[in-house]
Design a protein around this ligand. Sequence first.
Ligand code: GUN
Length: 284
Amino acid sequence: MAELIDGKKISQDLKDEVKAQVSELKEKGVEVALAVILVGNDPASTVYVGNKKKACEYTGIRSESYELPEDTSEKELLDLVERLNNDDKIDGILVQLPLPKHIDEDKVIRSISPDKDVDGFHPESVGRLSIGAKGFVSCTPAGVIELLKRSNTPLDGANAVVVGRSNIVGKPMSMLLLRENATVTVCHSHTKNLKEVCKNADVLVVAIGQPKFIDASYIKEGATVIDVGIHRVDDGSKKLCGDVDFESAEKVAGKITPVPGGVGPMTIAELMNNCLQSALMKLQ
Ligand code: GUN
């Protein structure tokens, strides 16, 4: 039976480390601050933003909240981002996605200063990651690397397979694994022999957005399996499941993340860490 990788505990440890460093900075008169922008009142986004603000409170990061009406114009939003870019008291800017349809999301992401891009979505941040330069990394894949490292999963020389090639998870995930000297294969919907490729993985990261897609037959005995997916089980219950069929996979895997309580809690912890790193970079 696989060992569980406890994302709840690891994210708590990371938040506590951030909290301690934020408090040290405070003693030196430096305050870490995140601006959070929410446009409209999408229920899921409202919950996510609420959780981000709570994590700020916990870690001692000041959060500045901008809750704008659905009919906010693109220009108004761009003006706000510009103002925050030039505000020395702000270390990170987070624009919650998705944005209303009349606003060009790509344009807004590009308007955030790469020095405050704590989501790591700006093309400059993505470029820095791909050439191994310093910069912000998208929070979910950064969280996965932390789960792997803190569960003592060897990455150097390991065969790592990433299933999914999204800009937010799959692509940055593959770059981060490469940075750790893994041999990386990225699979997607056009991949031939997906099962055989996955079965060769020492580390299998699954981010395809399809419930319980990967079962034991895709997994090498003893492999480490990271499940980035999260779905509501379609049985009328409030249960959650991932992209991996956990009950089947845990019989073969060496280590595995549960859903919930695996990758999920790491994303916000990494956001807090990015805010701290932004403040520290400013001091250099
Ligand atoms: N919407 C869903 N996930 C995210 C995220 O990680 N960052 C932002 N800005 N919006 C999101």
